[in-house]
Design a binder for this molecule. Structure first.
Ligand SMILES: C[S@@+](CC[C@H](N)C(=O)[O-])C[C@H]1O[C@@H](n2cnc3c(N)ncnc32)[C@H](O)[C@@H]1O
Length: 282
């Protein structure tokens, strides 16, 4: 299939080469019938780099110096990734986290009075702050060393996450009481309060990059929701195996509601909690 937007066409063979580059870099896989997405979203890069067509763009990516290549791959990722997220997404799972998983970790104390939770593929940060708010809401961990870490491959998303200021769209599933308790209004937006921000840090980490993944320490719980859906099976297996390596014994893996470990990993137990089914490292 030849995607045709504007005058510069994306021939199928160049689409495949670009698609493979994107896949190698971040695990996101575009099937042939999604060529139009790659075409439409990368077209502005030809203008920006004053390149004649996509073949030249591909040659540029192959031949430029490593620093420019990394920058351009980041540009591509910012354009082709789906960064949709909001506070308190998938409430039944968050109820399980708050009222079942956190109290269990409090009782068992697998790492003393330390609690680490990872939002893997955190987009603009709403998930990481939601986790921190839920930890505060339990009232159990006030004298613990609590760390919530959010990572994403997208620098643009991480800038928003670090700023911690959000518009109305991010609060479509948030109780007003929680907004009043954990946010304050700044310039017409809601700013995450400092006591929540103090628990959360963000880093640019590509889940497919083993070297970068070494920067993440052991965690009690990993949320990796609505990230792996964009990957193919090989990339999913690789990421799940890395997440498994980071979890402590008895630690939990929480995937998105449409995701499961079927055909990906047998290294986790499926645990039926009252509010949700989750994965636990034996
Ligand atoms: C749809 S958002 C999900 C956000 C959040 N987890 C949620 O469920 O609301 C998917 C995020 O995964 C990120 N992502 C995709 N590939 C990635 C990779 N290889 N490493 C890190 N993050 C990645 C994207 O940049 C995007 O922000």
């Amino acid at each position: 299939m030849v995607a045709a937007v504007g005058e510069r066409r994306l021939p199928p063979e160049i689409f495949r080469l670009l698609r493979d580059l994107i896949y190698e870099y971040c695990g996101i896989f575009f099937a042939e019938d999604n060529a139009y997405i790659v075409h439409r979203r990368l077209m502005p890069r030809l203008e920006a780099l004053a390149l004649v067509d996509f073949a030249e763009y591909y040659r540029y990516l192959r031949s430029c110096d490593p620093a420019s290549r990394k920058l351009e791959l980041e540009e591509i990722v910012d354009r082709v990734t789906t960064n949709e997220t909001y506070f308190f997404r998938e409430s039944y799972q968050l109820t399980a986290f708050r009222s079942e998983i956190l109290p269990e970790l409090y009782d068992k104390r697998p790492r003393g009075k330390r609690l680490s939770v990872w939002s893997a593929g955190c987009a603009s940060g709403e998930e990481a702050y939601t986790i921190a708010i839920l930890i505060q809401e339990t009232g159990l961990f006030d004298d613990w060393d609590v760390r919530v870490f959010g990572n994403d491959i997208s620098r643009r998303c991480l800038q928003v996450a670090r700023k911690g200021q959000y518009g109305r769209n991010s609060f479509r599933a948030t109780d007003d009481k929680l907004v009043r308790r954990y946010f304050r209004e700044v310039d017409g937006k809601q700013q995450v309060r400092d006591e929540v921000r103090a628990l959360v840090s963000f880093g640019q980490i590509n889940l497919m990059d083993e070297q970068m993944m070494r920067l993440v320490g052991d965690v009690d719980v990993v949320f990796c929701r609505n990230v792996l859906i964009y990957f193919d099976t090989a990339a999913r297996k690789k990421v799940i195996s890395s997440l498994h390596g980071k979890l402590v014994k008895g630690g939990y893996l929480l995937l998105g509601h449409s995701e499961s470990l079927i055909n990906l990993s047998t290294a986790f137990d499926l645990v039926h909690l009252k509010n949700d089914m989750v994965y636990r490292k034996p």
